[in-house]
Write a protein that binds this ligand. Structure first.
Ligand code: HPA
Ligand code: MG
Length: 222
């Protein structure tokens, strides 16, 4: 039986930049292309089918975790709405909402988060919620978000994350739907950022040392 995600091994060296199109302004900042945009699309199509089959005719509230999740969210929703158009017997009414997670400042060690933006969380009561994330790193943030969501008594909560990173300090959390399990490298592109840069890159790429140095200063703090 195949695993429920695509596993990218530690010794995977990716695709050479010259084999695909990347913006000129990032050419010197990337090690390699880990997941080309087209493969993200194909994988997302399958995740959408899995979600569609699991929710079976019940309404679904898709909750986008900004900013990193926005591209995966729009592509996943496009594929879900395509299924709604093409399937005669199954149909999933979709609602959307958008949140950002902020860490509390000046609380140091706790690392607690708060949810900003989005409709009043009370409206999630009784809903089937699908949280859509770009990446699960240690799993701590997602576990905290799930605890917050559960306080608002949704009917169900499931999580779709495009990426899950293999981390030695992982909490062991696994999302319900996972696109790719990736090595412990810093990746950018397809809305994933490094200090707000690289969201305007289609492929998921590994940043190199010169890219890390060049974009060390967060945008807007100059
Ligand atoms: N890239 C971008 N954002 C992230 C990553 C990453 O590799 N890990 C956790 N947040
Ligand atoms: Mg994120």
């Amino acid at each position: 039986m195949a695993e429920t995600f695509i596993k990218i091994p530690d010794n995977y060296s990716g695709y050479h930049l010259s084999h695909f199109c990347v913006p000129k302004h990032y050419e010197e900042d990337l090690e390699d292309i880990m997941i080309p945009w087209g493969l993200i699309q194909d994988r997302t199509e399958r995740l959408a089918r899995d979600v569609f089959q699991d929710v079976k005719n019940e309404p679904l509230t898709a909750l986008c975790v900004l900013k990193g999740g926005y591209r995966f969210f729009t592509d996943l929703l496009d594929k879900l709405t395509a299924l709604n158009r093409s399937q005669a017997s199954v149909s999933v009414p979709l609602y959307v909402d958008f949140i950002r997670l902020k860490s509390y400042e000046n609380t140091d060690s706790t690392g607690d988060i708060r949810v900003v933006g989005g409709d009043n969380m009370v409206s999630l009561s009784g809903r089937n919620v699908l949280v859509v994330e770009d990446i699960i790193d240690t799993g701590k943030t997602m576990e905290k978000l799930l605890a917050i969501l559960k306080n608002h008594q949704p009917k169900s909560v499931r999580v779709a994350s495009l990426l899950v990173k293999r981390k030695s300090d992982s909490t062991g959390y696994r999302p319900d739907y996972c696109g790719f399990e990736i090595p412990d490298k810093f990746v950018v592109g397809y809305a994933l950022d490094y200090n707000e840069y690289f969201r305007d890159l289609n492929h998921i790429c590994v940043i190199n040392d010169s890219g890390k140095k060049k974009y060390l200063t967060p945008q807007g703090s100059h």
